[in-house]
Design a protein around this ligand. Structure first.
Ligand code: B12
Ligand code: SF4
Ligand code: SF4
Length: 217
């Protein structure tokens, strides 16, 4: 089954990137029948409006699949924010960066984030898992960070280990999340903006995308 019609539809509705990957190696037994991951990205940071946009795109994808007789499971974009709700359990089932590498939309950088060649890590993601028999896109298997260490040296909490990601060891620890989290909670306590995000802004791929945006404006 071709992916182009669904991709064109979602891009028309406001997605920046759409990919479809074979996510079989990342699925637990209870969802192993939903082995295609539709990775949807928008070129904006993850605020309330972005969550609304991504959720809307997921609903559109789900409706598109339903009328063709296929199932879908929507992994929410904002899963960390709605604590203690059923929805928070879903992100533990599947993470967006996996769908993105399986769809060839980028690699996992030394900052632990998905890096897309065109947009860097300035994208926010959502995933739709489905049993539709799509022909998957070519997956990404290796990091393209090379010898760059900018995010590692600029992280204020020294949370980044500096390892190169590879699909041969896809869950190797790249980020000490307790350090990253601790910085966020210190900032909240001091009434500053809780999000740090230096590892995004310092990345040459993300900077390239900001430059392009400001030239267009
Ligand atoms: C919990 C969470 C956090 C927690 C802890 C993160 C963690 N991993 O434990 C905290 C609060 C620290 C956090 C911080 C941030 N987060 Co956060 N977070 C999440 C959330 C809700 C779940 C992540 C999770 O627990 N995944 C489980 C672990 C096991 O997987 P993972 O580390 O996410 O990804 C691994 C796999 O994908 C694997 N992988 C990749 N390809 C493949 C292929 C195969 C076959 C397999 C098996 C595996 C595999 O490699 C990845 C790296 O190890 C996701 C949303 C989501 N549902 O994915 C957002 C998300 C990861 N966060 C995001 C962002 C933007 C941030 C911050 C920049 C926020 C900020 N401004 O401070 C920081 C960045 C810190 C950093 N350098 O990573 C974005 C990332 C966007 C991007 N371009 O990658 C996401 C995807 C939210 C979104 N909807 O867009 N986050
Ligand atoms: S968000 Fe800030 S503290 Fe967390 S890994 Fe990135 S640069 Fe480090
Ligand atoms: S700053 Fe450099 S090392 Fe870090 S994610 Fe970007 S390209 Fe990779």
């Amino acid at each position: 089954m071709e992916t182009e019609p669904l991709k064109r539809f979602l891009l028309r509705e406001g997605a920046t990137l759409v990919g479809v990957g074979d996510v079989t190696p990342a699925l637990s037994a209870e969802i192993s029948h939903l082995n295609r991951g539709i990775a949807i990205a928008v070129n904006r940071s993850l605020g309330a409006e972005t969550v609304e946009l991504l959720s809307g795109l997921q609903d559109l994808a789900s409706g598109w699949l339903k009328v063709r007789g296929f199932r879908s499971l929507l992994i929410p974009p904002d899963s960390d924010r709605r604590k203690a709700k059923y929805i928070t359990k879903l992100y533990k089932l599947f993470c967006h960066k996996t769908a993105a590498t399986c769809s060839g939309l980028g690699w996992i950088g030394k900052n632990g984030l998905l890096i897309n060649r065109q947009y860097g890590s300035k994208l926010s993601w959502a995933t739709v898992l489905t049993n539709a028999p799509f022909v998957p896109d070519e997956p990404t298997s290796e990091s393209e960070c090379g010898t760059c260490e900018l995010c590692v040296t600029h992280c204020p909490s020294q949370a980044l280990e500096g390892h190169l990601w590879s699909v041969r060891d896809p869950l190797r620890v790249l980020v000490q999340y307790d350090k990253c989290r601790a910085l966020k909670s210190r900032r909240t306590a001091l009434d500053e903006r809780p999000n740090c995000g230096f590892c995004i802004t310092v990345c040459p791929y993300s900077r390239k995308s900001s430059r392009r945006k400001s030239i267009r404006q």
